[in-house]
Design a protein around this ligand. Structure first.
Ligand code: NAD
Length: 472
């Protein structure tokens, strides 16, 4: 063990939260040490999450578009997808981006230590490397950005045939049948990937609706589309038992009426949520406190109950999304640099990269009703969008939730091609306190899908150009 060393700021975990905090702190002239077990910054998002899945989703979107091209007179005689090559493309994307982050850390003169950190007390850690060596490091301030880990069901037997969101990224061999347990973000993105690669995918979601956080009308459009590609999509269905068999895995599925059926699958992907990763940090040696759900308790400046320690990202509360972590990271770094700032976002977007994509931000219609808010819901179906018709993708829907009195935008939901890109307009509008009138008076380029936002806003005053509503 080397003698203790010192750093003004220690950042533990180099995902989108940790590396953003480290980069910003370095830009603010703070001397930073960033610790992670991976060879480069990136974390789960870049190595095993957001980025590799999006590379795979891009590849399978090409397959889907190629098949759909038949409908508009373009036929490819033979469609051949090569999973090992697609896998290499995904790995190259990850390598490119993570080594780029490594370079950016070096250029900022951030000290990057590869290893696992555990607290010795409120001002020092021990960092253990994979080769068994270790070093002690004392710090003035620390940011915990260790992220989250997959949840497993208690009755899961140990088996290579049971995948999680990390092992499912290896698409070298596509199983004939796959059961995905959980109809949330991970479940539906992987259902899109595996079904396009020729696997018979079944999804079992415990709750009555897929993506329970989103509005039903948006989810219904996604579900209809997914059902065309999937072998089965069961809501209100729970997995009760999983057993290994000679042929693969046998599962007991229970529906909402308590009926149990047995089904056999070659593989199962567990996508039943993630939990904060505090295990192994030795937080009991500090004054950091946890919430009943196991998140690190933080205030709006991302300070924990320990005056020297901050926490950001998945480990510090819902929603577990990379862009929320990065935003908290900038707040924590600025606070540490002595600036007076806090984390009060006007909205945090959610995007699910299925085909079509779905995105929403701010208040949903369901939440508005639960809170008895006086709102107007403005919906523009994409059948009436010229751009959607030219793309042959008219299944989409754009909806705005606005305050019934002053028309202020409170939330936006979009299902359809490129919804993830389009939602940014809703976020900016909310950040600036825009109303339906402001959006409607903003000239949107024609023909684009973004016009659906402008036309939805027009409905606030009763009509929109491409939808006719009889005057009352
Ligand atoms: P999730 O919470 O989105 O979905 C898990 C689903 O599993 C829920 O709908 C839940 O009802 C269901 N479920 C739980 N137990 C079950 C059971 N026994 N049987 C059947 N269904 C069951 O979680 P996730 O999809 O695992 O994703 C984890 C986190 O990762 C999320 O918090 C998400 O924010 C993040 N993520 C985001 C993206 C993105 O932004 N596009 C993509 C992937 C993951």
């Amino acid at each position: 063990m080397n003698p203790p060393d010192h750093t003004p700021l220690l950042v533990i975990g180099a995902g989108p939260g940790g590396y953003t905090a480290a980069f910003m702190a370095a830009d603010l002239k703070i001397d930073v040490t960033l610790v992670d077990i991976k060879p480069n910054p990136g974390g789960i998002c870049l190595f095993e999450g957001c980025i590799p899945t999006k590379a795979l989703l891009h590849a399978v979107k090409i397959i889907a578009d190629t098949k759909a091209a038949q409908d508009i007179g373009i036929e490819f005689k033979e469609l051949y997808a090569d999973p090992p090559k697609i896998n290499r493309f995904k790995d190259d994307v990850v390598k490119k981006l993570t080594s780029g982050l490594g370079q950016l850390a070096k250029m900022r003169q951030i000290r990057y230590i590869r290893g696992r950190a555990e607290f010795l007390n409120s001002s020092s850690v021990k960092i253990s490397s994979e080769d068994g060596s270790g070093q002690e490091l004392s710090f003035d301030q620390a940011i915990i950005a260790t992220g989250s880990q997959s949840v497993h069901l208690p009755f899961e037997p140990p088996s290579d045939l049971i995948l999680d969101s990390t092992t499912a990224l290896n698409i070298q061999e596509i199983p004939k049948t796959l059961l995905i347990v959980g109809g949330g973000y991970i479940g539906l993105e992987f259902a899109t990937i595996y079904s396009e690669l020729g696997c018979h995918v079944t999804v079992a979601e415990m709750l009555p609706q897929l993506l329970p956080q989103a509005d039903h009308d948006l989810v219904a459009i996604l579900q209809k589309r997914l059902e065309l590609n999937l072998a089965g999509l069961h809501t209100a269905t729970s997995v009760r038992e999983i057993k290994g068999t000679a042929k693969g895995l046998s599962v007991k599925l229970e529906d909402k009426d308590g009926n149990i059926r047995n089904e056999g699958y070659e593989k199962i992907l567990m996508a039943v949520g993630r939990k904060p990763l505090t295990q192994g940090l030795n937080l009991e040696k500090t004054s950091v406190e946890l919430t009943p759900n196991g998140f690190i308790k933080v205030n709006d400046q991302r300070r924990t109950s320990d005056p020297k320690i901050y926490a950001i990202g998945d480990v510090a509360g819902q929603p577990m999304l990379a862009h929320k972590a990065a935003h908290e990271a900038r707040v924590a770094a600025r606070v540490i640099a002595g600036q007076d700032t806090a984390f009060h976002p006007s909205a945090i977007p959610s995007v699910i990269y299925t085909n079509p994509e779905m995105a929403w931000c701010g208040l949903t219609e369901t939440e508005a009703k639960e809170k008895s808010r006086d709102i107007k819901t403005l919906k523009f179906p994409w059948m009436a969008s010229g751009r959607a018709v030219t793309l042959n993708r008219t299944e989409g829907l754009t909806k705005l939730i606005v305050d019934a009195q002053d028309g202020k935008l409170l939330g936006m939901g979009i299902i359809g091609e490129s919804a993830g890109e389009m939602i940014a307009e809703g976020l900016l509008a909310m950040q600036l306190g825009a109303t339906a009138r402001d959006i409607m008076h903003t000239i949107h380029p024609h023909p684009t899908l973004s016009e659906t936002i402008m036309e939805a806003a027009e409905i606030y005053l009763g009509q929109s150009t491409h939808i006719f509503r009889r005057q009352k």
